[in-house]
Ligand binder design. Structure first.
Ligand SMILES: *[C@@H]1O[C@H](CO)[C@@H](O)[C@H](O)[C@H]1NC(C)=O
Ligand SMILES: *[C@@H]1O[C@H](CO)[C@@H](O)[C@H](O)[C@H]1NC(C)=O
Ligand SMILES: *[C@@H]1O[C@H](CO)[C@@H](O)[C@H](O)[C@H]1NC(C)=O
Length: 496
């Protein structure tokens, strides 16, 4: 039986989704053979515990050190327009009057030559009356273009031929102007001309660069400056997003008014929040979903929650054997075992194809696609990949709780949502984390209704943030439950 390498995406994301530090110890692995999921998970668990040292305190980066960053960033909006549409775009979308798409680079550091790549899909109807929404995938190091836009919630997905696109019925640009940022440099088409920058990746510079990207992007798109702005994303973006929001809130106070960003809210799916509660929720999820034995669960709690690293490593090896070769991102989803069988679920109508990651990889490496996207390959000595194999992570805090306290105090609208069949950052982790924030329930647990009239999931409102589950969704909620994800996104935007 020909067993295809399962999901590059999953393996890579899995490798990185949980905790930063992993990248550091994964260097050797990621440069060698591609990882399979079980192997990645195992090594991830280990690395995460070995590297407790990489546990930096978060301080939002300050304005003073970076005068060279906030130049115009070069470039004109007109040059970034994808005039003829994307190669292989369905004919019904070919006329650019449906909605405009832009893609290109915004420089974030002129000294080192660091530049971030974005893809921007304006809203289908009346873009000037719709909010601006930034989407960030996690990793750290996974592409918001390949994952977010192409696999999850952008206007198009990629067909199994790897060359043509299908329209996504539940695309989020039906209700908002969607901006996808490949972040940090070294991810996707984003690059640095100073390649040692890749070794210096980490949470602080990621937030700093993303902030600089935004201020320079608004210079190119001044009509969006006064628009309500939201940040959304998933997984490791559970760190990126609060950190970027914290940076924006801080800079809005200290920067000159011309740089003001009208940040209204953040929405995070299956995001990591706090190491201890994330771990506990993870072990409990594996046990309550019949993936590991009673004994292993007991011992994981006993040893891994008490920093007995050697014993914990050994247990995690055992746990991974007990779980076997399933998709941890959706414990009930099929694996991509045979790409040629994959057309069984027509994706255009909302079906799920576990091999779609491969199609996206082929598509974004086509020269004509890179040309249409204005992605300058000469600067990139590596192929486009869903998750970066070249960045090395250096800083990451162990908790987002202090940031959440500040963001809540600043009055931002916050929605944490969770696909309930994800075993990577499971719903139980998010619930333990929210519980540890000591918030008060203002509207108790109740079902919410999806567009089809069914229970889409459950909702609790706290004083300061809302929490929603999405029934039957895995880690990448819009990929697994596109209609429910769009309903939730609409509720989030309407709540303001
Ligand atoms: C995969 O698909 C090919 C072509 O349809 C077929 O020949 C092969 O037997 C399939 N392999 C498995 C494991 O189903
Ligand atoms: C990186 O170097 C290339 C080639 O010299 C140049 O065209 C590009 O503008 C540089 N990028 C930045 C952000 O300075
Ligand atoms: C929540 O309350 C407990 C008990 O009073 C306290 O130890 C903990 O630090 C609080 N958590 C946060 C995030 O403030």
């Amino acid at each position: 039986m020909e067993k295809k390498q399962p999901h590059l995406f999953s393996a890579k994301l899995l490798k990185l989704a949980f905790f930063t530090v992993v990248v550091v110890s994964f260097r050797g692995l990621s440069h060698g053979h591609p990882l399979d999921q079980a192997g990645a998970l195992k090594a991830l668990w280990k690395a995460k515990r070995r590297n407790n040292a990489v546990d930096n305190e978060w301080v939002a980066p300050s304005l003073c050190a970076d005068r060279h960053r906030t130049s115009a960033g070069g470039g004109k909006k007109e040059d970034d327009l994808i005039a003829g549409g994307l190669p292989g775009q369905p004919a019904s979308f070919a006329s650019s009057n449906k909605f405009k798409q832009y893609a290109g680079y915004v420089s974030v550091d002129e000294v080192n030559g660091r530049s971030l790549f974005y893809y921007f899909a304006e809203a289908v109807h009346l873009p000037s009356s719709k909010p601006l929404v930034l989407w960030l995938n996690g990793g750290p190091g996974c592409s918001s273009l390949g994952a977010g836009a192409m696999l999850e919630l952008g206007p198009f997905g990629v067909n199994s031929n790897g060359k043509t696109l299908y329209p996504r019925r539940h695309s989020w640009n039906k209700v908002a102007n969607m901006l996808f940022l490949e972040s940090p440099a070294g991810v996707g088409f984003s690059y640095s001309n100073t390649t040692s920058d890749y070794q210096k990746s980490g949470d602080k510079r990621t937030a700093e660069d993303a902030y600089t990207f935004l201020t320079n992007w608004f210079k190119r798109y001044p009509e969006y400056k006064s628009r309500d702005f939201y940040i959304t994303g998933e997984s490791y973006a559970g760190y990126y997003i609060p950190e970027l929001a914290d940076t924006i809130v801080k800079r809005n106070k200290e920067a000159d008014p011309s740089l003001l960003i009208r940040l209204k809210g953040i929405m995070i799916g299956n995001g990591i929040m706090n190491r201890e509660t994330d771990d506990r929720g993870f072990f409990d999820y594996l046990w309550t979903h019949a993936l590991i034995s009673d004994e292993t669960h007991q011992r994981l709690l006993e040893y891994c929650m008490n920093s007995q690293i050697k014993k914990c490593d050994y247990l995690l090896d055992g746990a991974s054997k007990e779980i076997g070769g399933i998709d941890h991102y959706n414990i009930y989803a099929p694996l991509c075992l045979n790409a040629s069988l994959s057309s069984r679920n027509p994706r255009g109508s909302g079906g799920y194809d576990p091999c779609e990651t491969d199609y996206v990889h082929s598509y974004l490496n086509l020269p004509q696609v890179q040309k249409a996207l204005h992605a300058y390959r000469t600067n990139l000595p590596y192929p486009w990949q869903l998750c970066s194999a070249i960045i090395v992570w250096n800083d990451s805090p162990s908790t987002m709780f202090p940031i959440y306290r500040r963001l809540i105090a600043s009055g931002l609208q916050i929605l944490l949502y969770s696909g309930d069949v994800d075993a990577v950052v499971p719903v139980s982790s998010t619930r333990y984390s929210i519980d540890a924030l000591n918030l008060t329930v203002v509207k108790p647990w109740s079902p919410w209704t999806d567009a089809g009239g069914e229970v889409g999931g459950y909702l609790v409102a706290y004083n300061g943030l809302n929490f929603a589950t999405v029934r039957g969704a895995g880690h990448q909620v819009p990929m697994f439950q596109p209609s429910r994800a769009l309903s939730l996104f609409k509720m989030f935007l309407a709540a303001h």
